[in-house]
Design a protein. Sequence first.
Length: 95
Amino acid sequence: MKAMADEIPAVYEDIGPKSTFFQIHADYWGLVKKYLNGNEKHIRDDAYWENVVRDAGDFAKKFDCSYARNLVLGFLDELDRRSRIERKNHEISVS
């Protein structure tokens, strides 16, 4: 007889400060703080995007797992979404 879904034990993973899971989120938060609002002048210029791509790649390589890659890809999507809105708003204000 198969176990019911609510009877299957979860895979336990340490999530303390020395764990990989914790470090992924700590480093991810560093990327968010560094890049969410553009560069230090709150601008998303070519140099900004070059740095984002470099640091996102370094993050993905450092942890080399689908979870970390999915986190950083989601963040890149969010930066792109914000950038498109900013460009659209700028076009409207310049017109």
